[in-house]
Design a protein around this ligand. Structure first.
Ligand code: FDA
Length: 504
């Protein structure tokens, strides 16, 4: 007997999809999450703090916020001192590359921009030559968009609201430079946003809330997939439980997996550890989390049969952030919604395809800045290696490995500046740089589909051991990734439940 039939590590997109479908199939399932369940208000009456006045709730055990933007007009105004606390956003710092991830029940959905973007089918086929792309685009992407409750911004907001002036300015300038633009769906509730616009509801997207959580409007996974998973009555949720170790006993008729957890309290690990057993173990701790756990398990002899592909094919989805300065008469607005709505599509570029999100920069005053998160078709890949001294799996990413992406972003935004007679901002990423390619919001890979796993996420070397999250995507998908992570997770878990779980 095991404690549960299935255990899922991590409650982001892959974990949430797996939990819902296992619960619906009647499988007794434990969903483990190292972060908090964000459901109780703090002293200010709100569950989350906003980006203008961050406190301990903002970041995962940091002494100060670690924002992607470092300064403004040369003043180091962005990072603020905060209490160490199990906050909602983590920045995992590796040499040459830092990775932002969400911590809490809902994973990245709690902190992300909510952009639900479907990649181009031709690029999906290039990334996943062995996956049935026609089936993905006919069945699993529509299913993911439906379950995530994605919708498109109404014209009344995009074309008329003061809070989307930054997007209209960015779109018009892109068109002037000859680029195509496209509206991207979002999981933010646009009916609620309409009320924010009319002054009928408390401002969330219009109240500088996003990276440290939204108090309203955002349909994060805790409100969609995870709520539905718990509603099946077969899924148990335990949060503030960090999985530290995975072991397997293969002596019996079926493998028994044991996961060892550390309880996390307000000040850090409390010293309380627990063990949970299961027959089927799904890693959905995200690209970094799942890769780190598995690389460590292989290196320390706990799961020695994992193959050499585990830890490899990691990429940053080509993320580069850049900022342009506009003319004084071309204001981007003191009012800016935190939810992006428009992307610039130059994926047909012959050498440097780029898809760039026109990103908001809601500082509460006019700054004339246009901010972008560019995603490039970078061929660069990193790998996780186990460091015995620290006991951690560390990402190896060389100092030159972001150059391809920096070049691609420069090609796009040089053209944009030329067409609009504008220039870059050099004062906001630190070090006098106009481009930042040393952090990512989109960690992908580490347990690539078809390499570390079979074509459905079953890890090679072990029975009933799976990865179902962004670690399956080998480094790049060309657009913001959570819709693909969700769609792939739906596809994989459907097959796994059908073939690996006995019918009750
Ligand atoms: P995800 O990271 O969501 O979940 C993993 C979970 O596992 C986390 O909750 C983590 O705490 C938990 N975990 C990790 N290790 C564990 C352990 N040892 N024990 C227990 N639990 C553990 N994407 C997009 O498509 N559109 C967008 O607009 C944006 N915008 C954006 C903005 C920002 C600021 C960020 C940081 C990210 C985005 N993203 C995005 C990216 C998107 O959020 C990301 O790709 C997905 O959340 C990844 O989903 P996964 O299921 O792979 O893991």
């Amino acid at each position: 007997m095991t404690d549960y039939t299935a255990i899922i590590i991590g409650s982001g997109y892959g974990g949430a999809v797996s939990a819902l479908r296992l619960g619906e199939a009647g499988v007794s399932t434990l969903l483990l999450e190292m972060g908090k369940l964000w459901d109780a208000p703090g002293k200010d009456g709100q569950v989350h703090c906003n980006m203008s006045s961050p406190d301990g709730r903002a970041m995962w055990f940091k002494d100060k916020t670690e924002a992607p933007l470092k300064s403004f007009l040369g003043l180091p105004v962005i990072d603020k001192a905060i209490d160490r606390y199990p906050g909602i956003l983590d920045r995992v710092n590796f040499p040459n590359m830092s990775v932002y991830v969400g911590r809490g029940v809902g994973g990245g959905s709690l902190v992300n921009g909510g952009m639900a973007v479907v990649p181009r089918e031709d690029y999906f086929r290039e990334v996943f030559p062995d996956v049935d792309a026609a089936e993905m685009f006919a069945k699993y992407y529509p299913l993911a968009l439906f379950r995530l409750q994605a919708s498109t911004i109404p014209d009344s907001l995009l074309e008329n609201s003061a809070w989307y002036r930054f997007a209209r300015v960015g779109r018009d300038q892109a068109k002037r430079a000859g680029f195509k633009t496209r509206i991207v769906p979002s999981v933010y509730d646009y009916d609620y946003m309409g009320k924010e616009d009319r002054g009928e509801a408390r401002k969330s997207a219009f109240g500088a809330e996003l990276m440290y959580g939204n108090n309203a409007g955002k349909r994060s996974l805790d409100k969609t997939y995870i709520a539905d998973a718990l509603g099946t009555g077969h899924v148990t949720l335990k949060f503030l439980q960090r999985v530290d170790e995975i072991t397997v006993d293969e002596a019996g008729a079926f493998p028994v997996y044991t996961v060892k957890t550390s309880e996390i309290g307000d000040k850090g690990p409390t010293g309380v550890t627990r063990k949970f057993t299961c027959r089927h173990l799904i890693l959905s701790a995200g690209s970094v989390g799942s890769s780190q756990l598995l690389v460590r398990a292989r290196a320390t002899g706990k799961l020695p049969l994992l193959n050499g592909e585990v830890g490899r094919h990691w990429g940053n989805n080509g993320n580069v952030m850049t900022a342009r300065a506009n003319h004084l008469w071309n204001t981007t607005g003191a009012k800016q919604s935190t939810i992006p709505a428009v992307g610039i599509d130059d994926w047909d570029h012959p050498t440097h395809p780029v898809f760039a999100e026109i990103a908001p920069l809601p500082m509460g005053f006019e700054h004339w800045i246009s901010l972008y998160l560019a995603l490039t078709k970078t061929p660069e890949r990193g790998a996780f290696e186990y460091d015995a001294a620290s006991g951690e799996s560390v990402l190896k990413w060389g100092p030159g490995q972001s150059q391809f992406s920096l070049d691609g972003a420069k090609i796009m935004f040089d053209r944009m500046n030329k067409a609009n007679l504008t220039s870059y901002r050099y004062d906001i990423f630190g070090g006098g740089r106009a481009f930042a390619g040393d952090f990512t919001y989109h960690p992908l890979g580490g347990c690539a589909l078809g390499k570390a796993t079979d074509l459905y996420g079953r890890l090679k070397g072990y029975r009933n051991l799976y990865v179902n999250d962004g670690a399956l995507i080998p480094g790049s998908i060309g657009v913001n990734p959570f819709t693909t992570i969700t769609a792939l997770a739906e596809r994989n878990i459907e097959r796994i439940i059908r073939e690996d779980f006995p019918t009750p």
